[in-house]
Design a protein around this ligand. Sequence first.
Ligand code: ATP
Ligand code: MG
Length: 712
Amino acid sequence: MESAEARVNFASAPPYLDALNPKQYEAVVFGEGPLLILAGAGTGKTRVLTTRLAYILERQLCTPLNILAVTFTNKASQEMRERIQHLLGHSVDGMWLGTFHSISVRILRRYAELLGYSTNFTIIDSDDQIRLIKQILKAENIDEKQVPAKMVASIINRWKDKAKTFDRAGNQQDLHVQLYKQYQERLKTLNAMDFGDLLLNSLQLFQQAPEILKNYQQQFCYVLVDEYQDTNVAQYLWLRLLADGYKNLCCVGDDDQSIYGWRGAEVANILKFEVDYTNAKVIRLEQNYRSTSHILGSASGLIAHNHDRLGKELWTEKGDGELVLVKGNWNSEAEARFVIDEVEVMQRQGKPLNSMAILVRASYQTREFEERCIKTGTPYRVIGGLRFYERQEIKDAIAYLRILVQPDDGLAFERIINVPKRGIGPGAMQAMHAIAREQNISLPRAALLYAMDDSKGSGKANLLTFFKDLQSWRKMLDNTPHADVVKTVLDESGYTGMWLEEKSPDAAGRLENLKEFVKAIEDFEFLPGFLDHVSLVTDNNNQPNNDCLSMMTLHAAKGLEFDYVFLPGWEENLFPHPRCMQDNGAAGLEEERRLAYVGISRAKVKAMISYALQRRTYQGWQVGIPSRFLKELPTRHVKHIQANNHEVKQHAYNSKPASIEDYRALHLKIGDRVFHQKFGYGDVVDTEIEQATVEFDMSDTKKIHISFLKKQ
Ligand code: ATP
Ligand code: MG
């Protein structure tokens, strides 16, 4: 192979090189050897990677078959392929461009037999994984309450992330290690692999059959990887092995954007690149091409509060642009109204909805924005996830309510009758359907007949209990607020319990969604009204529309960019998310801050952060304390507007409530503006020695001990 530098001198440079800055250019035409591009958000890392690929192909430094390019998602690899073809002006076949998983599959489909699988092995998803572990637990007579299958699965997955096969997973007598071993044996008999196996089995293949590894090492002249900061140990080893032939490994990443620690990503991988490859060339890009300087300054100022980082200076030529807005709102509804109103204003100014995105910390947060969009007729899409009312747990909960309100609703009945498990299998369902057909009655009625029939049949006792419960819940509807009835239904039916028992990362999100669901119901006077609303909302989905407002979680927004970015819910207990801090302490907080950095740095033209002073939760209204991250934003790049629409220089954000002594030091007078943990903001209208009468914005007038009031 001829070196890139040599060629670039005597051939006319392709036009796409002209747009690059000198550092980017250097990275694109860099010849051979390990190369690390370590740079902040929006500096063109992905663009450099793509251009380098096009350049290698155009210069014919190798054939497409000699290139291995790894991205984090399938969508990203699709985009990269299109981009390369666009740069070259023709299609490219044969490149190994995909995710770690898709490329591993390609290898294993060829060689699985060497590992004792046949090449048509099945790839199982996390549901199948749990099911299999449950079977093993049952066979071993292990109580699932003591050893939840989801927990076992996540322990096994973490081992796989760390490239540990069961024989290297620690003490072989340990229960989890033994379960791991059995799980792998079962997978082998089923000729199946889970996602972690795809990498782990490739690694094993390389170890067992060095000649195969050698072939790949000779094949892949160039190995390129995007989002390197989020690789786990198994992926890291996999890359090192495959790139070891030519050592032309080009990795791009940003230590400040490592946000998958909870899934086993090791930011250390990127930090030790120079140790692994002592002759590595490291290129740092400092010009940001995405954002205005206020956006960039806010993001950089925030991330500077992390200790565990390399640190970098970014600059932009985009001009100051608008200040990053931090908008306070009285409550979460007002926040949704603020965001969608802004969207409408921009739309009227002719800005396409495609240029706007709402990025949330927890997926349940999309609900209030979705409702608002439906009210205003604003087309939207939820990226990387389902719309709120399409999520499994929400559909289940709705099915419970439908059967409550409409006793003959067979579809709803069928959906939930065995969720949670009531011992009603396909045989029993068939019998019920037969009765329904014969007697021309609805499925629930047929189910009741089936349950009352004396003959044998599975789940009959449970069915009868269910019908009794249904009756008492319906009675409750006459004299109990319907949101309370819904809570009772979800709890007593065992539905909430089912998710509580599942110790997986997504179970917690589902429980949050269920709480959000109950909250949504409180807005409606009657349950049937709510159900109609849901049907309409769901029906609205089918509108074909290309210009849509995007909503997604911050995690799903990695690598993307939008002109206008809304970042709602910047409150303690939501962002930073308490779960991450409970699980990982200070490191968890730093990962949350990186997520905030990812969020702000998605914006090209304007970033709008918001918080709500009250958020209605499952337990009623809760005071929202503005996020500690707001205090960390550099004042000169930010405009703070409080809920009362007053602009302030720097909001007195309190991450933790002040002590009682602080409050005692207060001397309140009539006209003072105060804040109360439960009732929110208000004005003092009368005072006594230790008490003040306060007219609250969101509640009645109350007499309150001054130790509970904070002067604003
Ligand atoms: P992230 O860290 O968010 O993944 P990144 O470093 O991968 O960001 P890119 O997405 O590659 O950055 O680039 C950010 C934006 O800047 C894109 O719109 C890209 O087209 C543009 N850009 C990058 N380099 C240049 C350049 N030299 N001239 C003009 N625009 C550029
Ligand atoms: Mg990128």
